[in-house]
Design a protein around this ligand. Structure first.
Ligand code: G3P
Length: 218
């Protein structure tokens, strides 16, 4: 499974990249707004900087248009920023049409706001490189986000679909483990959830004891 970070914050992206385990970045309009970035030029420069930090990793940049023409226009501009930009398109009929257009024109897409297997199937059929089921938001609404990952992974395996399942809206480290168990190809996570994977109280206790004993033979 690949590890993406779900943020537009450059310090957090650098921290995850420096860990040596980062495969890519996903952003969305809410995450960009959180960084206080305003205006087309600033947004494009920000995406370029992110691409340079992660070198060979894919970077999802989301369109804000909701009509076919607008999505295609924005997507073309975003894709021109850097070879690793993946155009993130919402799961709506106009978005599906645009994903098909991007597929036919050699531009990779990530279909976002996926909450059902049917949505994932249609995005894959249109040629999306990634589909992004929102695990945490499904859990928040009283359903089981991990079950959706399992269902999509099962369908894609049976049907031989190559679209990658990019589990999004991750709330904690356990989500990441469950996504790996469930057949997600990628998990995009907040930095804290990634760092949480490195932690265990018995590791801390064990290390303290090793450090104490190490003093005995220094
Ligand atoms: O990037 C999309 C997704 O990860 C959003 O997560 O926490 O806003 O539900 P969240």
């Amino acid at each position: 499974m690949k590890y993406f970070i779900d943020t537009a914050n450059l310090d957090q992206i650098k921290e995850a990249y420096d860990l040596g385990i980062l495969d890519g970045v996903t952003t969305n309009p809410s995450l960009m707004a959180k960084e206080g970035i305003k205006g087309e030029e600033a947004v494009y420069n920000h995406y370029k900087t992110i691409c340079e930090i992660v070198e060979n990793g894919d970077v999802s940049a989301e369109v804000t248009a909701v009509d076919f023409k607008g999505i295609v226009e924005q997507g073309k501009k975003l894709a021109a920023i850097h070879k690793n930009i993946v155009v993130k398109v919402p799961m709506i009929p106009e978005g599906v049409k645009a994903i098909k257009w991007f597929t036919d024109n050699g531009i990779r897409t990530n279909c976002t706001l996926i909450f059902s297997a049917g949505q994932a199937m249609i995005a894959a059929k249109a040629g999306a490189a990634y589909v992004s089921p929102f695990i945490g938001r499904i859990d928040d609404s009283g359903w089981d986000g991990i079950e959706l990952i399992q269902q999509i992974a099962n369908i894609f395996a049976i049907q031989g679909i190559k679209t990658e399942i990019l589990a999004a809206s991750i709330r904690n480290s356990l989500h990441i483990i469950k996504c790996a168990e469930s057949g997600a190809n990628v998990c995009t996570c907040p930095l804290d959830s990634i760092l949480g994977l490195t932690k265990h109280p018995l590791t801390d206790i064990g290390l303290a004891k090793f450090m104490e004993d190490a003093k005995k033979f220094e």
